[in-house]
Design a protein around this ligand. Structure first.
Ligand code: IMP
Length: 198
């Protein structure tokens, strides 16, 4: 198995990505195995830039092929906020509940539907190459949050074509449609093809 280090300490993300790489020739490890590794500063102005910062920081430190990702929620009526600051929308130390509350308060008074999308940029980096990938899923923000699966804004997001929030979907179901699964399945395919060519 070829090790790839995923530049995250987010357990929710890690669970999703490990599942996507199941049955592949790659073993996904993460910064949760190196808990003292300092927080990586995400000061890029785009998801892609932040994903590259994470991949590069971790690759250069460990010298193991690395993947960085950056993801977030864009809400049309809020001019695509919270965007790259999704994780800290309600402040530097905000948790998921605080962010969800802030989102609903920003949307209060605005007419439904609240069209939104989750987006994910993923970047792979090793000594010879950088591979970019991207995924998005469209849906709507709803006022009454539901579901304890997933993380972040999942309880408030109903993907197009579904009557359930992302927080109510089982992981396998979320992994069929999510922004992260689209971006990471594409990366997995490219990496497997490159391996076969060797
Ligand atoms: P990142 O770790 O900088 O990519 O931050 C992503 C933030 O965007 C998370 O903390 C969540 O608030 C939000 N987010 C990203 N992906 C998802 C998802 O799949 N479900 C719910 N929220 C998400």
């Amino acid at each position: 198995m070829k090790k790839i280090i995923f530049a995250t300490k987010n357990k929710g993300k890690l669970r999703e990505v490990k599942k996507i790489f199941e049955g592949s020739p790659f073993q996904i490890i993460s910064l949760l195995d190196y808990i003292d590794f300092p927080e990586i500063k995400e000061d890029g102005i785009s998801f892609r830039e932040n994903a590259l910062i994470k991949a590069r920081t971790v690759f250069e430190h460990f010298n193991i092929p690395a993947i960085g990702d950056d993801s977030g929620l864009e809400v049309e009526q809020l001019k695509n906020a919270p965007g790259v600051i999704s994780a800290r929308y309600a402040g530097k130390n905000a948790g998921d509940d605080d962010n969800n509350k802030k989102l609903l308060s920003e949307l209060s008074g605005l007419p439904e539907p609240h069209n939104a999308r989750f987006v994910c940029a993923a970047v792979f980096m090793d000594e010879t190459k950088i591979i970019d990938s991207y995924g998005e899923v469209n849906g709507k923000i709803v006022k009454d949050g539901k579901g304890y699966n997933g993380f972040g804004y999942d309880p408030l997001f109903v993907p197009d074509g579904y009557n359930l929030t992302m927080g109510e979907l089982e992981l396998d179901e979320k992994n069929k449609i999510s922004h992260r699964s689209i971006a990471f399945k594409r990366l997995r395919n490219i990496l497997e093809q490159l391996m076969e060519r060797k």
